[in-house]
Design a protein around this ligand. Structure first.
Ligand SMILES: NC(=O)c1ccc[n+]([C@@H]2O[C@H](COP(=O)([O-])OP(=O)(O)OC[C@H]3O[C@@H](n4cnc5c(N)ncnc54)[C@H](OP(=O)(O)O)[C@@H]3O)[C@@H](O)[C@H]2O)c1
Length: 275
């Protein structure tokens, strides 16, 4: 997947949070193909176990799988415990919240807390934990999967947008801090990506006429540019990034808000299922 660049240089194990389907599964396949053992985290055990079996059979690597909702309190500590004794050379934070736009003040507090934990708190705590070992060994990689909604405050997905902005700026800062220690950090900011998760939210991922990138393309670009941090924008996120840089902030926020409002009025939603 990554061509001539071998991921083996990062260490013995890859920890992939959100590593059972879509972009996360493609990233796991690439690490396993380059000989890294994989620790996979996702909520539903069946897709997780299926991918674990596939990687063991195809690549002959060791795979451990943990079914865990990282929106739950204590999730980061649980992952750290599961990784005890493993040399985590690569950390991938792929699990993210859904995108059904909902007015922020109508959301239950728990939905907001979960979006923040999933997209911001858990990535930060795992980066701190596993970054220590990577820096001490003088090698390692962190890959954070972001969204164009993190480039500009996006109405009707305010919690998700803010948490993704946190994750991107965290990645940028860590890129600078950890570069001298030999650790690569990249925020991979995606546009529409045709993942099973997006399909479950009603987007017609099988329709060839709709825009969107294949999960393997997104994974491939991110892994190929792991050493070219701090940020790589893909698809629509390229435009959102440009908009954030070039438009007056008020105009950028209005444009994102109008787009989200159009989706909100089309969906039967307002259900609060952002996380
Ligand atoms: N798809 C897009 O168009 C798009 C656009 C911009 C940004 N992104 C970002 O790209 C990333 C991946 O995209 P995606 O979610 O569409 O599809 P994906 O690559 O298929 O990733 C979802 C993975 O994360 C797991 N996951 C989701 N929530 C979790 C939780 N709370 N705890 C543990 N594991 C969890 C899923 O398994 P389970 O469901 O079994 O837990 C699955 O393995 C996300 O961070 C998303 O915000 C996506």
């Amino acid at each position: 997947l990554t061509g001539t660049i071998s991921l083996a240089r990062y260490g013995k194990w890859a920890l992939i949070v959100g590593g059972s389907e879509g972009v996360g599964a493609e990233i796991a396949r690439a690490f396993a193909a380059d000989g890294l053992n994989c620790l996979l985290i996702a909520r539903r055990p069946e897709p997780l176990d299926r991918l674990a079996e596939e990687l063991r059979a195809a690549a002959g690597v060791e795979v451990r799988a943990l079914a865990l909702d990282i929106g739950d309190e204590g999730a980061a500590a649980h992952i750290v415990q599961m990784a005890d004794g493993l040399e985590i050379g690569a950390l991938v934070c792929n699990a993210g919240a859904g995108l059904v736009p909902t007015p922020f003040c109508q959301l239950a507090p728990d939905v907001i807390q979960r979006a923040i934990r999933t997209n911001a708190e858990v990535p930060a705590m795992l980066a701190r934990q596993f970054g220590q070992g990577m820096a001490a060994r003088g090698r390692g990689a962190m890959l954070f999967i972001g969204s164009g909604a993190g480039e500009v405050g996006t109405a009707y997905m305010a919690g998700y947008s803010a948490a993704k902005a946190f994750q991107r700026t965290l990645a940028e800062a860590l890129w600078y801090e950890l570069k001298p220690a030999g650790v690569d950090v990249l925020a991979l900011v995606l546009g529409i990506t045709l993942t099973p998760q997006l399909g479950r939210m009603g987007y017609p991922i099988g329709d060839p006429s709709v825009p969107g990138m294949h999960p393997a393309e997104a994974a491939c670009a991110g892994l190929a540019h792991l050493a070219d941090g701090p940020v790589l924008h893909l698809g629509e996120a390229v435009d959102e990034h440009r908009m954030a840089r070039t438009l007056p902030r008020r105009d950028a926020v209005t444009a994102m808000g109008e787009r989200a409002r159009a989706i909100l009025s089309r969906s039967s939603a307002g259900t609060g299922s952002q996380a």
